[in-house]
Structures are given as C-alpha cells and as structure tokens.
Design a protein. Structure first.
Length: 132
C-alpha cells in the first residue's frame, strides 16, 4: 500500500506561495510575446506613425531605445577626404540627381561636364589648405 505523503515531505509540485516554476514563467512570457507580436502585426505601423506625428519626443525615445547602446556614428566622414575626393563625390551625386532635375530651371547650378558650372576650383573657405 502506498504511503500517504506527510506534511514535511517535499513534493515536486510544491512551491512557495507567489512563486512560479521556470516552465510556467516561460509559458507566460512566450504567450505575452506572441500577443504583442500579433498586436504589432495588426496595429504597429499605424501606432508608430501616430506617435511620430502626435508625440515626437516619445517617438525619438522609442527609436533610441532600439539602437545598440554602443552605437558609434561618424556623421562627418568627409574630414578624411581630400578636396578632390569630395569634388568627385559631389559630381557623382549630381550625375545621379540630374535625371530627376531635368525639368527646366531645376538643374541650374549643377556641374556640367568640363567644369563650366558647379565646383571647378577648391572652395576658398577655412581649412588646412585654405589660403592665409
């Protein structure tokens, strides 16, 4: 005959009040995340657009919260380029943009082949190669 468990015998299903087993926590977390995923699929893009329009400060916090903490961005990577390399990049961008700006008057001022307009000479501003 099986012995009835006494009050002092630990049972695998016994747990302290308010404690959940690891499996129960994982099941709860998985269910919660799936509900969030489903809600986001249904409403996410619209809510993000609404937050961006109505609460730009909260939108910025959201964007920053998903970026890596150790993100290092070099915004001005032109410092390492020579004037000629910068001119070459500008002309490359102008060549890409020209088809979009070919309506009369929009392409005025873009560098033309042969350097007739645009930046034919180095800029005369302050910099390491500027005339003193």
């Amino acid at each position: 005959m099986a012995k009835a468990p006494s009050a002092g015998d630990p049972q695998p299903h016994d747990q302290a009040p308010g404690k959940r087993t690891k499996r129960a926590k994982k099941t709860l977390a998985d269910g919660f995340l799936e509900a969030i995923r489903a809600d986001f699929r249904a409403h996410g893009a619209g809510v993000i657009a609404e937050v961006r329009a109505e609460k730009p400060d909260q939108y910025l916090k959201l964007v920053l919260s998903v970026l890596p903490k150790d993100l290092s961005i070099n915004i001005n990577n032109l410092d390492a380029l020579s004037d000629d390399e910068i001119r070459q990049r500008i002309r490359g961008l102008e060549a890409v943009l020209r088809p979009f700006l070919e309506r009369p008057g929009l392409a005025k001022g873009l560098a033309q082949p042969g350097g007739k307009e645009g930046i034919p000479q180095p800029a005369g501003g302050a910099g390491p190669e500027a005339p003193h």
